[in-house]
Design a protein around this ligand. Structure first.
Ligand code: UD1
Ligand code: MG
Length: 457
């Protein structure tokens, strides 16, 4: 398929001024996340494949939230009050002043439209019959909440909202996804001629088709048979459904790429999780954003991984919690109930049981005993712990940062270490032992006797 964006420059307009009432949320509807990324950013990422020259997001409520999320990557046009989809698109006019390329109109709450579909719409816009508008149509199971596309052979004769439609029109199954492609040179002229004399008293974007038809222009419909792609997300229920569909596809992809998922339906990926070959992911594993998993890694059941790089042949869990800034080098191992944050675990190093490693650098082949804690926070600042290669940290040690443990050093079990340990040193920080042979036997004898006398009364 040729890249339509190379034919003509592209601008996208994303509508996101709707109130999103059904979400019942202080967070803007389009900023609710799916697979760890706001739905708006999923859409922007797909559109980015077409290299748009301009991007305008039309915002109403929660404009500050959108500004923050977009961080300057798109212009924001404000629509206040919200007088309909056509009126919303009109608000982008100033931002697109002087733009003569193609315009693709998208909905912020319809985040999973594929770049291929967007491309197909733009290609159709440059068809031989020179359509004024290209509409993306689909056939939903339930047509009730959609506008109808009355068309024959891909040519649209009328667009009508459900509320305005006749019985015969309502019987038509081809619905409007809402997405449209129009030339920048024509869009705002068409919109200026749209009125609001309809059931909802709104300026309908769909009416640009009717206006163009009245001029004798062709308007075309491109269809998608993947209804999921154009599914709008309006409520928490629909958000959860969209998440579930996304995860299902991602799991299938991970398996196709050579990972074993023992119970695929229990593994949750993030939008950017990268998984290598011959990786095994056991039951109930959750990935937050920013994880790369190299080949031959094993992630045991009930592990939670976020912002981490798992090197080749690494093994973690069960019940491992790997937090942002963690780098596990080749062949290193993290066992059960171990938490890691902002820590490098060197090649072949191990922390197999009940440990917290925060702001630490662990040398290759070091062994971190059960219950070791890096005390990295003093209530005000974070401090680093550096552990040398092959160092052995005995069980239940507290390493009070900032601190350095030398290569090949041994920290005796139960030590609370607050001063640096040099290479090859043994450090033992615990009280002298009091040894009293036979004391316990004598104690038990005395106490048993006492109890027996008391019972006799
Ligand atoms: C719209 C279409 C309908 C289509 C349906 C698909 C029109 C007139 N109708 O109907 O044909 O089948 O979408 O879901 O276009 N928005 C604004 N400002 C407004 C109104 C809406 O930005 O003043 C945004 C919303 O945030 C949303 C999108 O436009 O992202 C669609 O709005 P919505 O109210 O859901 O339109 P529908 O009535 O469902
Ligand atoms: Mg809607």
């Amino acid at each position: 398929m040729t890249d339509a964006s190379t034919v003509s420059p592209l601008a996208i307009i994303v509508l996101a001024a709707g109130k999103g009432t059904r979400m019942k949320s202080d967070l803007h509807k389009v900023l609710h996340s799916i697979a760890g990324r706001p739905m708006l950013m999923h859409l922007m990422a797909s559109a980015a494949a077409l290299s748009p020259e301009r991007q305008v997001v039309v915002a109403g409520h929660g404009r500050e939230q959108l500004e923050k999320a977009l961080a300057g990557s798109a212009d924001i046009a404000v629509q206040d009050p919200q007088l309909g989809t056509g009126h919303a698109v009109q608000q982008a006019e100033a931002a697109l002043a002087g733009f003569g390329g193609d315009v693709l109109i998208l909905y912020g709450d319809v985040p999973f439209v594929r770049a291929e579909t967007m491309r197909a719409m733009l290609e159709r816009l440059h068809g031989a019959d020179n359509p004024a508008v290209v509409v993306l149509g689909f056939e939903p199971e339930d047509t009730l909440q959609y506008g109808r596309v009355i068309a024959a052979d891909g040519v649209v004769t009328r667009m009508v909202e459900h509320k305005d439609a006749s019985e015969a029109e309502r019987a038509c199954r081809l619905c409007n996804s809402g997405l449209m492609a129009v030339r920048g040179t024509e869009l705002f002229g068409l919109l200026a001629r749209v009125g609001n004399d309809n059931a909802q008293g709104e300026y309908y974007l769909t009416d640009i088709v009717n206006v163009a038809n009245a001029d004798g222009r062709v308007c075309a419909v491109v269809t998608t048979d993947d209804a999921d792609e154009v599914m709008g997300i309006n409520s928490r229920g629909e958000l959860a459904e969209a998440e579930s569909r996304w995860q299902k596809k991602r799991r299938v992809q991970a398996m196709a790429d050579g990972a074993t998922l023992v119970a695929p339906e229990t593994v949750w990926f993030a939008y950017d999780t990268q998984v290598g070959r011959d990786v095994t992911i056991e039951q109930n594993v959750v990935f937050g954003p920013g994880v790369t998993v190299a080949d031959r890694v094993v992630i045991h059941a009930f592990s939670h991984v976020e912002g981490a790089a798992l090197g080749e042949g690494v093994s973690i869990g069960p019940f491992a919690r790997i937090r942002p800034g963690s780098v596990l080098e080749e062949g290193s191992r993290i066992g059960n109930f171990v938490e890691m944050k902002n820590t490098r675990l060197g090649k072949g190093a191990k922390a197999n049981h009940l440990t917290y490693l925060g702001d630490a650098d662990v040398g290759a082949a070091a062994n971190i005993g059960a219950g070791t804690i890096t005390c990295n926070y003093d209530g005000y600042f974070k401090h680093r712990t550096v552990i040398g290669e092959r160092a052995f940290i005995g069980s239940n040690s507290s390493l009070i940062a900032p601190i350095k443990i030398g290569a090949d050093a041994i920290v005796a079990a139960g030590s609370a270490v607050s001063r640096d340990v040099s290479d090859g040193e043994l450090r033992l920080v615990r009280a002298d032992q009091l040894v009293k042979p036979g004391w316990a036997d004598r104690f038990h004898d005395a106490m048993k006797k006492k109890k027996a006398e008391k019972a006799k009364g």
